[in-house]
Design a protein around this ligand. Structure first.
Ligand SMILES: O=C(O)CCC(=O)C(=O)O
Ligand SMILES: [Fe+2]
Length: 269
């Protein structure tokens, strides 16, 4: 099998895979992508122009599809439409409120603004390794609580109440999850400890809210250090595949009312 043609996008996280057509992906190619993912944490593929069927088929080859938990287990693909509150401009790991959060996500750009609307990813495994030893010991000892009762839209400035309510309804009414995960969580595929935090964290087990928020903020600062991130300038048709166990991401909201539509498949394991 020919090796993947991979070019780093930034030194610590992110690589572009060239010359691969996801519409004709096979099991061997999917295994190569998974292996590359545990190294680079997010892979970018230009000009794929998948439709829903080919997106879902490629995701199925990467692993076991996880229908979005908050949609009652229906659709394999989640649409994120900026016009309907689908703006994820907070640092988060997807669905950490689930007992087994998805391991991989595969996002395709359907409509993107002419300028703006980039997405950032941060390497939470590198962030763990960068912690000074005393902080690492603290992370090793802590368990964080996660819940979807906290919604994206409601927490952002400049979002109309109606848009926030629409989004909150979609996001929280299906079921409220409350889950606890180790702050230093072993990666399900590689075993490496990763800082497992993000916007769905509601606190630290056994700690008061104010103390928890100070410590969580100190740990999160290592995650989002600029050197620890990569930024992708989308073109319609691009696909990003990320290791959801070892990354956080943030979709920039800097494009006003311009349309932006993304679709995501999530893979449980
Ligand atoms: O819109 C984006 O770029 C990312 C949205 C997001 O958070 C996701 O698809 O999980
Ligand atoms: Fe996300």
């Amino acid at each position: 099998m020919t090796p993947l043609d991979i070019a780093l996008v930034s030194p610590r996280i992110g690589a572009e895979v060239r010359g691969l057509d996801l519409a004709t992906l096979d099991a061997g190619g999917a295994a190569q992508l998974r292996a590359a993912l545990w190294h680079h944490r997010v892979l970018f593929l230009r000009d794929q122009h998948l439709d829903d069927a080919s997106h879902e088929a490629a995701a199925c080859l990467l692993g076991e599809i996880a229908p979005y938990a908050l949609h009652g287990g229906g659709d394999a693909l989640l649409e994120m439409d900026a016009a309907h509150g689908g703006k994820a401009n907070v640092w988060h790991t997807d669905s950490t409120f689930e007992a087994e959060p998805p391991l991989i996500a595969m996002l395709r750009a359907v409509v993107v603004p002419a300028v703006g609307g980039d997405t950032l990813w941060a390497n939470t495994e590198a962030a763990y390794r960068a912690l000074p030893l005393p902080l690492r010991g603290l992370a090793d000892a802590l368990t964080a609580t996660h819940s979807n009762a906290y919604d994206f839209a409601g927490s952002r400035p400049g979002v109309t109440r109606a848009a926030a309510e629409r989004y909150a309804e979609r996001f929280t009414t299906a079921q409220v999850f409350r889950t606890a995960h180790s702050v230093a969580r072993p990666h399900p595929a590689t075993g490496e400890p990763c800082l497992f935090l993000g916007n769905f964290v509601t606190g630290i087990e056994g700690w008061a809210a104010t103390e928890a928020s100070a410590v969580l903020g100190a740990l999160q600062a290592y995650v989002v250090q600029p050197e620890n991130t990569v930024r992708w300038r989308w073109r319609a048709g691009d696909v990003a595949i990320w290791d959801n166990a070892a990354t956080q991401h943030y979709a920039l909201d800097d494009y006003g009312e311009a349309p932006r539509v993304m679709k995501r498949a999530t893979i449980r394991r």
